[in-house]
Design a protein. Structure first.
Length: 254
């Protein structure tokens, strides 16, 4: 029978004791028993470690009472494979927990940075469009008969996204200052969602476009339900009351 050495406990075990790798012919390096102990947690693995039998105590040392042998400062015994394997497992679990905690803190910090309390101004931030060799002449766009243009951009986390839009919408996005042309079939969005909102508020100095009072919301002058786009030319600062009152209707001057 073929055997394999376990990466956790170091013992030679039959290959049937190791789980198979998904989509591969080989098997994993840690046996099922060690994986079950790892799932139970560091507490159970620590409690599994027992005091060594009296036969493992060095003959040169006098036999001590059980209470003295159990004391950590006087205990003398030979190292065991079980205790070392359990210590390695506990150390590996501690490292994994630290990594997960760091990732969670990073996500929370990203959410807090883009949060906004209603009725307050956000700290001033110089909003700059994405750097790139952009051109802004809509006549350069060429869909090659498909009627679709590629649009791509980035989220606040830095992750890229891409989609396809109609050529007419791509032309309007370039004309209204929301995107730049990289090549005839590809345009790039110039601002993230949070940066675009802050850009409009700072541009209008947090003054409602309709009533002149303090505003901290974004309103589409030509509503999105009627084909309006989220572009600097179509968005204005508005207070929450005017934004709700206007809803998806057109203003009187249009």
């Amino acid at each position: 029978m073929d055997t394999k050495q376990c990466a956790a406990c170091g013992r030679d075990k039959p290959e049937g004791a190791f789980p198979k790798r998904t989509g591969r012919n080989g098997r994993r390096g840690t046996c099922r028993a060690c994986q079950r102990r790892r799932k139970r947690g560091a507490d159970e693995s620590g409690s599994a470690m027992q005091a060594p039998p009296a036969s493992l105590i060095l003959p040169s040392q006098p036999v001590l009472s059980p209470s003295i042998v159990m004391a950590p400062s006087v205990e003398i015994h030979a190292p065991s494979e079980t205790s070392s394997a359990a210590a390695e497992q506990a150390g590996g679990l501690a490292k994994r927990k630290r990594k997960r905690r760091r990732r969670r803190k990073t996500r929370k910090a990203a959410v807090t940075a883009h949060s906004h309390t209603p009725g307050t101004r956000l700290p001033f931030k110089a909003i700059k469009p994405f750097k790139g060799s952009f051109t802004y002449d809509p006549s350069l766009l060429n869909d090659r008969g498909t009627g679709m243009i590629q649009l791509r951009g980035r989220r606040e986390s830095g992750k890229r996204w891409h989609t396809e839009i109609d050529r007419d919408i791509a032309v309007r996005m370039v004309q209204e200052g929301a995107a730049g042309i990289l090549h005839p079939r590809l345009i790039h969005k110039l601002y993230t969602k949070s940066d675009f909102r802050l850009l409009i508020l700072q541009r209008d100095n947090y003054v409602c476009h309709y009533c002149g009072r303090f505003g901290d919301t974004i309103d589409h002058v030509f509503p999105k339900s009627k084909g309006g786009l989220s572009t600097p030319a179509n968005c204005v600062c508005a207070c929450s009351e005017c934004n709700l009152k206007k809803a998806d209707t057109l203003p009187d001057y249009l």
